[in-house]
Design a binder for this molecule. Structure first.
Ligand code: MTE
Ligand code: MO
Length: 367
């Protein structure tokens, strides 16, 4: 359904913003959708209240007792499953590093206007739930199905379209062992903002794939063409061109900013001497094989020591010693994955601000 948006964002014809100034509507989005404070990377598993959050529309009011998950479309045995039914099925618990595809958007220039993430749209939670595959097997996905469509209960307007939040996966991706119908986050029922009572969790993919407030699963005969699949989450140079779909997470390493922060600018203040820089790195379905730190604008790099990953779908820790001498520095961290991808020092631009994995820069004053 198309619909003329009641409010253009932030004004007619304005799709991009200047690098250093933000519009009120972006601040409004940022107040609703929060990032993880980077010091939260000290925890293997992010406390629920520190995990990043993104909801396109409103958090829906869901009656968990009345909820029936519909499994329908091109299946031999359609199912209607209560939360109890799902909780009686085999339970898996997986640590998963989730990242929003728009992470890094606000560092792009010109800046695509949307949720203005810098680098903090990340978190690693322990998701508990039942493997999607078991449910699909029980329903019996027909040979003619090409995708599985996941529909949430939240509605709103985006791209001049009234919509519910929906995303699809190929049958093959949906059948992977690690895909969960999750009803727990860090050992407790999901919080309302994270999808209560039920959500999809798709490890390795950017966050948009993990549909929250899940209401139905439908096996479909044609690739899904809805807004969240075709109108957004694309790598493209212009907003009109569909470009390529955004899928798995790009390799990224982040540092916990060392020392103490200046309140307003977050520039770090550090005492001279040996400091151990620490952080986390992840790479979607690849492994992180290297993290490097530069204190001289990329002229030289030091290899960090890597810890084993927190789980097969979760980040690993890293640390790197630095003998800090008085002066002003920009610390740069970058990671490399097992497919040979290294985070770039210059950001490749795209119109939706997707998948920006530019190497992180942290400004430090050593005294
Ligand atoms: N139903 C629904 N699911 C959703 C969204 C949404 O707006 N509605 N946002 C997606 C996006 S863009 C991201 S990055 C993740 C964020 O999950 P979190 O808020 O639990 O961190 O949820 C995804 N699932
Ligand atoms: Mo996202």
């Amino acid at each position: 359904m198309t619909y003329s948006s009641p409010g253009r964002f932030p004004g007619p014809g304005v799709d991009f913003g200047p690098a250093e100034q933000f519009f009120r509507q972006e601040i409004q989005l940022a107040n609703r959708n929060k990032g993880m404070p980077l010091e939260g990377m000290r925890y293997d598993i992010t406390p629920v209240g520190m995990h990043y959050l993104l909801a396109h529309f409103d958090i829906p009011d869901v009656d968990a007792v009345a909820l029936r998950l519909e499994v329908a479309g091109l299946v031999k045995r359609p199912l209607r499953l209560s939360l109890d039914d799902l909780q009686r099925r085999p339970k898996h618990t997986l640590a998963v590093t989730m990242e929003c595809a728009g992470n890094g958007r606000a560092l792009m220039d010109p800046r695509p206007i949307s949720q203005p993430w810098h680098v903090e749209a990340i978190g690693t939670a322990e998701w508990g739930g039942t493997p999607l595959r078991g449910v699909l097997d029980e329903a019996g996905v027909s040979e003619t199905a090409v995708e599985i469509l996941f529909t949430g209960l939240d509605r709103g307007v985006q791209g001049d379209e009234i919509q519910v939040y929906e995303r699809s996966l190929s049958v093959e991706e949906a059948m992977r062992d690690e895909v969960l119908l999750a009803y727990e986050m860090n050992g407790r029922p999901l919080e309302p903002q994270h999808g209560y009572p039920l959500r999809l969790v798709v490890p390795g993919w950017y966050g948009m794939t993990s549909v929250k407030w899940l209401a139905s699963i439908e096996a479909i005969a044609e690739p899904f063409r809805g807004y969240q699949q075709l109108g957004s989450y694309r790598y493209t140079d212009t907003l009109d061109d569909p470009g390529e779909p955004v899928t798995l997470q790009n390799v990224r390493g982040l540092m916990i900013p060392p020392g103490i922060p200046d309140f307003a600018t977050r520039v770090r203040l550090l005492e001279a001497g040996r400091v151990t820089l620490r952080g986390r790195a992840w790479a979607g379905r690849n492994d992180v094989i290297r993290v490097e730190v530069s204190v001289d604008e990329g002229a030289t790099w030091d290899d960090a020591k890597l810890d084993p990953p927190v789980g097969p779908h979760a980040w690993c820790g890293w640390r790197c010693d630095w003998d800090a001498e008085p002066g002003r520095y920009t610390l740069i961290a970058r990671a490399t994955d097992s497919a040979g991808n290294t985070q770039p020092l210059e950001q490749p631009w795209n119109a939706h601000g997707m998948g920006n994995n530019i190497a992180q820069r942290v400004e430090v004053l050593v005294e």
